[in-house]
Design a protein around this ligand. Structure first.
Ligand code: NAP
Length: 306
C-alpha cells in the first residue's frame, strides 16, 4: 500500500509531492497527460514570486517537476478512472489497475469552461480555441474575438496582439473582472477593441470560423462580427467528476476543504484550482499543495498510533 497518492501534477500536485517526498512518505503522483496543468497554457507567469523578469509556464513547471523528483517523488503517467473513498479505505483505480493508499491528495485542477453555443463544438480546433499560447500563431494578421472579462481573457487578448491584426474583447458586462494592471495594459494596446454588454449567440462557419453572431444584452441588438478565430476564456470547471457524490462540493462543483486542506472524507485532501476558494493562482496552488502534504503526513502518523 502507498502512503500517499496525489492525483494531478500541476503546481499544487508537484508541491505536495515535493513536501511528501521530503517527509519520506512513499508518494506517487498520477498524471493523465504530461505534468503541468493550466499553467502550461500561459505564455509568461509574471506574478509568481522569485522571478522578477517572469518565467514561461513551461519552464516553471519543468523546474517544479525536477525539484520534486530530486527528492524522490515518483510521477506516473496514469489515468484515474474511479475512486473508492471512505475513512477506512482509499482505492484509486487507474487505467493500469487499482492502488490502495493511506492518504490521497486531489490536485487535478480544472478545465476551460465552454460557452455552449451553436458552432462551438463543431469549430473547436478549426478557429475556436481555449489556449492562445497554443493557437495564437495561426492567426497572424487576422482578426480574432476573445470572449470573457476576467484575468485570463484580458491577459490572453494582450498576448494575441503579437499575431492578430485586431483583437475584439467581448464582455457580457460594462466592467472588466480582471485586475486593474491588466486592464490598463489592454486599454493601452491599439489592436484591442472592447465590445461591452455583449454575449456571443453563435459561431459562424463550416470548415473554419467565419464570424461570431453577437447580441447586446442592453439593447437586444444583434450583429455579426467577421473574425477568423474565437478564443473563449470564461472561467474553469473543476475536474471533479471522479468525486461527485463521494465528498462535499460547493455550488460550483469545487471541493470544500478545511484550513488544513482536508475534505469531508478523513485522509482525503485537495489543493489548487479544484478547491473551493476565491483566488486561483500558481502562488496559492503551491501553498495549498504544501499544506495538504503536511496534513496528509500528520494523518498517516496518527494512523500508525492507532
Ligand atoms: P474568471 O475570473 O471566472 O472570469 C471569467 C470571465 O468570463 C468573467 O468576466 C465572466 O463574466 C465571463 N463569463 C463567465 N461565463 C460566461 C458566459 N457564459 N458567457 C460570457 N462570459 C462569461 O475566470 P478566469 O479569467 O479564467 O480566471 C480564473 C482564475 O485564475 C481567477 O482567479 C483569476 O484571477 C486567475 N488568473 C490569474 C491570472 C494572473 O494573475 N495573471 C491570469 C489568469 C487567471 P462576469 O465578469 O460578468 O462574471
Amino acid at each position: 500500500m502507498k502512503d500517499l497518492i496525489i492525483i494531478g501534477a500541476g503546481p499544487a500536485g508537484l508541491t505536495a509531492g515535493l513536501y511528501a517526498a521530503r517527509a519520506r512518505l512513499e508518494a506517487v503522483a498520477f498524471e493523465r497527460l504530461a505534468p503541468g496543468g493550466q499553467v502550461l497554457n500561459t505564455d509568461r507567469v509574471e506574478n509568481y514570486p522569485g522571478f522578477p523578469e517572469g518565467i514561461t509556464g513551461f519552464e516553471l513547471i519543468d523546474r517544479m517537476k525536477r525539484q520534486a523528483e530530486n527528492f524522490g517523488l515518483l510521477i506516473e503517467s496514469r489515468e484515474v478512472v474511479e475512486l473508492e473513498l471512505s475513512p477506512e479505505k482509499k482505492v484509486v483505480v487507474t487505467d493500469q489497475g487499482p492502488e490502495e493508499t493511506k492518504a490521497l491528495i486531489l490536485a487535478c485542477g480544472a478545465v476551460p469552461r465552454k460557452l455552449g453555443i451553436e458552432g462551438e463544438s463543431l469549430l473547436t480546433g478549426k478557429g475556436v480555441s481555449y489556449c492562445a499560447t497554443c493557437d495564437g500563431f495561426f492567426f497572424r494578421d487576422q482578426e480574432v474575438a476573445v470572449i470573457g472579462g476576467g484575468d485570463t481573457a484580458v491577459e490572453e487578448a494582450i498576448f494575441l496582439t503579437r499575431f492578430a491584426s485586431k483583437v475584439h474583447l467581448i464582455h457580457r458586462r460594462d466592467r472588466l473582472r480582471a485586475v486593474r494592471l491588466l486592464e490598463e495594459r489592454a486599454r493601452a494596446e491599439e489592436k484591442i477593441s472592447f465590445i461591452w454588454d455583449t454575449v456571443p449567440l453563435k459561431i459562424e462557419g463550416r470548415n473554419g470560423v467565419e464570424g461570431v453572431r453577437l447580441k447586446n444584452v442592453k439593447t437586444g441588438e444583434e450583429s455579426l462580427l467577421p473574425v477568423s478565430g474565437v478564443f473563449v476564456f470564461i472561467g474553469y470547471t473543476p475536474t471533479t467528476d471522479l468525486v461527485k457524490g463521494l465528498l462535499e462540493l460547493d455550488q460550483g462543483g469545487f471541493v470544500v476543504t478545511d484550513e488544513g486542506m482536508e475534505t469531508s472524507v478523513p485522509g482525503v485532501f485537495a489543493a489548487g484550482d479544484i478547491r473551493s476558494k476565491a483566488l486561483r493562482q500558481v502562488s496559492t496552488a503551491v501553498g495549498e499543495g504544501a499544506a495538504a502534504a503536511f496534513s496528509a503526513e500528520k494523518y498517516i502518523e496518527n494512523l500508525k498510533g492507532r
